[in-house]
Design a protein around this ligand. Sequence first.
Ligand SMILES: [Zn+2]
Length: 256
Amino acid sequence: MNWIDTHAHIYDKKFREDLSDVIDQCREDGMQQIYMPNVDHASIDAMLEVEAKFPECVATMGLHPCSVGKDFEKELYIVEEWLNRRKFAAVGEIGVDLYWDKTHLSRQQEAFRIQVNWAKERNLPIIIHCRDAFPETLELVEELKDDRLRGVFHCFTGSEEEARRIIDLGFYLGIGGVATFKNGGLDKVLPHIELKHLVLETDSPYLAPTPYRGKRNSPAYIPLIGKRVAELYGISTEEVLAATTANAMALYRENG
Ligand SMILES: [Zn+2]
């Protein structure tokens, strides 16, 4: 059993020059799989090229809330076409982001509802992006929750209470580089949350863990995040590896 990065944009142009080297490093560091969330129409070709070239890289399909603008219906049409054309590991990433711009909230909510329905119809998990919008996102998930709806709140950095609300909905918490930051706040939250609710992620190329903070992130840094999580729980890194990999496989319904 090896590490899984449940969220990495390694098709990003920041990897264009040296992705083969990055993947070699990931293999050396014991990475088993890397899941790639889509952003919008402009990221699809690059993502599918990476998937075709590297067997451990797996594509998902969805429209990112930051790409929900006036033309979001056109964007959603492209997502739906792809979901009908072939199999993807998840619908993502989707959600609500009010950090940059609050004017698109109702469009983001509509795009989320539509994509959640596509996930349910296909029995796929969803990858949720939620930034400065926890109450809005939680409300949507509670509204749409049924036996078929499952997934992950990616890049979780919230409070213990927020973590509990997510867990109560049956969702996983995606834990990344912020867990290694001195003032990241997760040191106070994670030890109170059972390991069975966590999956690991890098969100590459963003949010590199300490000691690479501020630099380009890589899925090869997943073991650093795992090591930090082990410290926070006072258990071995092997235990964190076993639990989070099993959780990631359950999330994406892989059989190993
Ligand atoms: Zn992302």
